[in-house]
Design a protein. Structure first.
Length: 405
């Protein structure tokens, strides 16, 4: 009898041990997951702007903004972060993240800058009054992310993918992740609410990121609204606008797109298929990050018929040899989707650099796709051109965003 009981106890212990081993093994299998790669690489505190300093300095600017909302000191960090470039090649990009110094739970805004050509103009270079503007976005109680974009800052060794929809969106979204990581490191809580804003190229980048986030939502981020302004969202429409002009004040934009797409899409056709000499030979040397847009304009001509080849201008839509160009323009246009999160578009109706009509065309196409007018709006900035539209854009979108946060 005792022997039988002893045998049963041994069997029970064996089963318990076996069961325990199985549970332990199962737990280990569940726990053995791929390591989560941190997106943030480095973060260096550049400077701090106090709320009182911001109220004073910006109060002198004449901007009509709710300065009473500037309540928090803001810390500006230069960051580097992991993202991807052509063919999903890993690359370390850079930008700025601005955090309220006061502990709390805050929404986030990503602000995308307009067209730049020189390294000195990158946001992380913190030239001029940029630091005050970026800190002012954070002072009402927001985490602010400002990407340099690939090709500037830490990624200056590669060409900037200008008006490349997908590469731009990826660089913006990966900085959002890095900003969240930095906030966590600094004991600042991200409450999940996200806003996007940007002007000119930054408008295109903003809408590209919005589109990407709707197509593939980012866990832990709830996109509330975007505020794109004065962007060339319909790239094909922009080409048609350029080709119909006699003169254009900023021809470097045209060269920039061609230079970018030749890299992004490995175009092998000679650049003389697009541009006339002497400009065809100059363009590949102009976008090395050492020259501003104004300096590049000085190396080109504003007469379209002297810049772009006659055959390309005349036959781009009818000659099959140019189909790859048209395809790239269409691919990078932002008219092929239906937003479901709010989009507040802005554009000066006197803008001749990026024409107001481009925003109208984009708006009309998105509405035709089924977007509700309650989701998508377009606000004209009366009498404003590409330069003078910036101030009223800020004066309108910032209070609207603060009301939505």
């Amino acid at each position: 009898m005792l022997d039988k009981m002893h045998s049963n106890v041994i069997q029970l212990k064996f089963r318990l041990i076996l069961f325990g081993l199985l549970i332990f093994s199962a737990c280990n299998n569940d726990d053995v997951k791929p390591a989560v790669t941190k997106v943030l690489v480095t973060a260096d505190n550049q400077q701090t702007k106090t709320a009182s300093e911001l109220r004073f300095i910006l109060g002198l600017s004449g901007l009509q903004l709710p300065f009473d909302k500037l309540q928090h000191d803001a810390e500006i960090y230069k960051v580097t972060y992991n993202t991807t470039y052509l063919n999903d090649q890993p690359i370390v990009a850079s930008g700025l993240v601005v955090l309220p110094k006061t502990p709390g739970a805050y929404p986030m805004i990503s602000f995308q800058h307009g067209t730049i050509a020189s390294q000195a103009e990158a946001p992380s270079a913190l030239n001029g009054t940029d630091a005050f503007l970026f800190a002012a976005l954070s002072s009402p109680g927001l985490i602010v992310a400002i990407p340099d974009f690939i090709g500037f800052g830490s990624s200056s060794s590669v060409p900037h993918p200008y008006y490349d929809r997908d590469l731009t969106a990826t660089a913006v979204i990966d900085l959002l992740k890095a900003a969240k990581e930095l906030a966590l490191d600094k004991k600042i809580e991200f409450n999940g609410k996200l806003f996007l804003a940007g002007y000119s190229q930054g408008g295109h980048a903003t809408l590209a990121a919005h589109r990407a986030l709707e197509k593939e939502p980012l866990e832990g981020f709830d996109l509330i609204a975007s505020f794109p302004a004065a962007g060339g969202y319909d790239v094909k429409n922009m080409q048609e606008y350029f080709f119909a002009l006699d003169t254009y004040e900023s021809p470097f934009y045209i060269g920039y797109v061609a230079f970018s797409y030749r890299t992004s899409y490995s175009w092998t056709a000679p650049i003389t298929d697009f541009f006339k000499e002497p400009y065809a030979s100059r363009i590949p040397t102009l976008f090395d990050g050492s020259k501003t847009g104004s300096e590049i304009n000085g190396q080109l001509t504003n007469k379209i018929s002297d810049l772009i080849t006659d055959d390309l201008r005349t036959n781009i839509d009818t000659n099959a040899k140019y189909k790859y160009i048209v395809d790239a323009f269409n691919l990078n246009s932002l008219t092929d989707w239906t937003p479901t999160k709010k989009v507040f578009m802005y554009h000066g109706d006197a803008d001749l650099t990026v024409p107001y009509s481009n925003s109208v065309t984009t708006y009309d196409k998105l509405i035709a796709n089924g977007t509700s007018p309650a989701i998508l709006s377009l606000k004209a900035l009366p009498g404003r051109d590409h330069s003078t539209g910036v101030v009223p854009y800020f004066e309108s979108f910032i209070p609207t965003m603060l009301d939505l946060r």
